[in-house]
Design a protein around this ligand. Sequence first.
Ligand code: ATP
Ligand code: MG
Length: 590
Amino acid sequence: MRSLHAKLVMIMVLLILSLMLVVGAFLINSVTAFYLEDFYTQVAEVFRDPGLAHDLTTVSSGDEDAAQMLSDVLRAYYGELGVDSRNRRLYILDSNGTCLVRPDGETGPLEYTPNLTFALSTGLETGESGDESSLSADYMDVAIPIQRGDASYIIYIYDNRNMASSLTDQMFMLIMESLIFGLVISILLSFLLSKTMVTPIQRLTEGAMRVAEGDFSHRIVVESRDEIGVLTDTFNDMAGQLQTTLRQVDNERSKLDTLFLRMTDGVVAFNTRGMVIHNNPAAARMLRRSIGPETTYDELFSQAAPLAQVLAAPDHLESEMKVRDSFLQLLMAPFDRGREGGGALVVIHDITEQRKNEKNQRDFVANVSHELRTPLTNIRSYAETLQDSAGELPLEMEKKFLGVILNESDRMTNIVQDLLTLSRLDSGQDDIKLASFSFSQAVLDQYNAVYMEAQRHRHILSLELEPGLPDVIGDRARIMQVMMNIVSNAIKYTPDGGHITIAAGRLGGRVWMEVDDNGIGVPEEDRPHIFDRFYRVDKARSRQSGGTGLGLSIAREIVERHQGELTLVDKPGPGLRVRLELKIGGPSHD
Ligand code: ATP
Ligand code: MG
């Protein structure tokens, strides 16, 4: 009963059955009614016939065998009355109800039906006939009283309705047969019809199932233009829409996934119970630990803010925490609050570099003020002494003091000059002026420039220049400034009578220069820092030699602008070897 097939067949069968039943009942009923009515009209017509009335007058009451005579008269009308003495019989009774004439061969007693009783009682006096018969009775009859002189008779016609019932039986059989035929045909038809209706529905169902399983490319072929056809069309449209929408969603998700995976900020999402539901590699890297579905919020961020506080936050919370030596800034926000699948999202931003820069900035300012204050204090104290002594000091002393004051102010000028250079390099205002120049000539010029100074310190200054070095592209003045700093450092930080070697050569697409000395060198722990601003290994000694600790940082800045390298070379023995490398083609513009 579940299938549409069965339902359709059922409907057809019920329809045919009810139709046939109604038609059958109606037909049988009307046949019986017609038979009944026909009988009474026939009787009424015959008895209204003046011929019969005339014939009846020939029989007089005085006749001894009046009843038999009446019967003879009536026999002529048997055809018209349909009396055949088997199914329809005629009787003649006297007023007492005694049967005077009956069909031949009939012997049994006569049944006194209501019509007969009526005629015998009321009819004899009023002349009314008993002519009422119900449709459901299995007989019909009519009792007609007639008056012959002073004697009364009842003409009684009884019909056992065998004719009618055999007719209705036949009709019933006919109806039954046609019912069976009709049923067979209707079942066959409904099977065929339901096939045309059910097949598209089955196809639609199959399609819907495939869509439900996620196969959105499947399209159902529409053959009919009826409601099912429209439904199929609509379904195909819907599947198409779903497919495009899903593809868009998929696109968005893969975009987000890529973003999530590649972003430099760490992201961790938690459900309301504090279990990790998502995290990206950056988060694990920043938190310096592995993160899995078992990891909880408390393990990761309990020191920053409790989960309940994050979940209750109106918008977001900001917090910070330290993991080993890095500083992490945390942005914590609830999502889908109060709904299934909600939770908290934590975005981690590494601010170590920023912190370091801030510290550098602070250190730098402190350093600058300190560096400027020292010479200023000196100038002030010497100037004060000069002022206080007011000409009482020997001239020599005064000269010496003034010399110190001049020296210190030169030193301040140098520092300010260096700072200006640095800040210009930092802000990128100070564009380097690129031009082609001879690298070997620059090295040679450098050698010549410091030769006298080296002599003064009794250093042995040697030059090892590879022949045929190419011209390079760069800012010659700036490169010379870098070279000067390296070479003068070597002279400065090597005790008198040392060995200093300047060497230059080419390696692939680059040229290099190395300055090697056998001086005091730089201890291992200071080596990473000597390019930092104001960094000096031995403050007192550097100050003595007029150094500010800015030289190498300016040099490295300049070299980096040329996309070259300025490094310390590991070497055995005392002293330091500094190496400068430059691209022959100059900095590329990428
Ligand atoms: P400035 O160059 O500004 O006059 P500076 O020479 O002291 O001052 P840098 O050139 O930046 O500063 O050098 C930084 C520090 O590195 C020096 O103070 C020194 O301690 C160390 N240093 C540099 N070159 C040598 C070297 N050849 N031998 C030993 N120590 C060196
Ligand atoms: Mg220097």
